[in-house]
Design a protein around this ligand. Sequence first.
Ligand code: TXA
Ligand code: MG
Length: 320
Amino acid sequence: MSIISTDITRAKAILEQNDLVAIPTETVYGLAGNIYSEKAIKAIFETKKRPFFNPLIVHIPHINYLENVASYVPEKARQLAEAFWPGSLTLVLPKKANIPDLITAGKDTVAVRIPNHPLTLKLLESLDFPLAAPSANPFGSISPTTAKHVETYFKNDIQMVLDGGPCQHGIESTIVGFEGENPVVYRLGSIALEDLEAVVGSILVKNKKEQAPDAPGMLERHYAPKTQTILVDSVIEEIKKHPGEKIGVLAFKTPVQDSTVAYHIILSENGNLNEAAARLYDALHDMDKQDLDVIIAERLPDYGLGRSINDRLERATVST
Ligand code: TXA
Ligand code: MG
């Protein structure tokens, strides 16, 4: 029997028993549990096989709830929250003492956002606790952007995926922390850097592990297909290096004319970066099912969401 359902009342009941439900958001599906339940939070880490040093994002229903989670909100954090919530912005702020250490991996900060999905907002409003929700994939794998992706990963592990359709944005939230009063981007994501800067002025990006010891989740290899994946500027040149192999090509907008390519996905025929982001993970899930020897991915233009997509593709192509 399928675990996919649109029954929000059932989702609420499962969460109130401190069990897990996968929830839709505008970015990716999350594996959600009660932030105040040790049972639920441990189950999140165990189900994902996620190391305990990697903290979770707290999802709240409205901006007034922020004071229950954060002990201090810098002025620029407030401006960003007002501009982008509900939405794909996660703020890392000094935490309130009652936020469990399991959520924050023992750190004195907490990551928090208001997701922008009607079903999940309704669910959050009906609960009397916030939801911790990492992306609903096994640690290191491609994030899920449909209920079906989650079911494929976790049908034997969780009771329910709340079906909210395909995720509108398709890559994770942009994570912003603070050095004193100054914002710093720890993870590029669904909100373009340029859009944040339009609100608060220029922002540093520290999304590499060595630059950001404060962002423990920024692993080099992540979001990775099982098939060997290569990120290049010129797909045509790379194809020549793989004679006799079964090649998949993930191109931005222009198909390559090469009869040796076995499988081809175009992210956006119109060259629209939002559309490309929305399709990225589904394309990688799809490619991974085609029994290919290699996936050759084309680098996108390095601005707007193109930058966030390139960040994901770079991590997806680090080999172990
Ligand atoms: O779009 C999203 O953010 C999705 C949806 C479900 O909301 N969630 C998501 O969660 O991407 P996850 O667990 O896959 O990624 C959370 C990231 C990790 O890299 C983690 O290290 C970082 O947030 N993080 C969480 N708490 C933090 C903190 N206190 N300081 C720095 N980084 C933190
Ligand atoms: Mg994740």
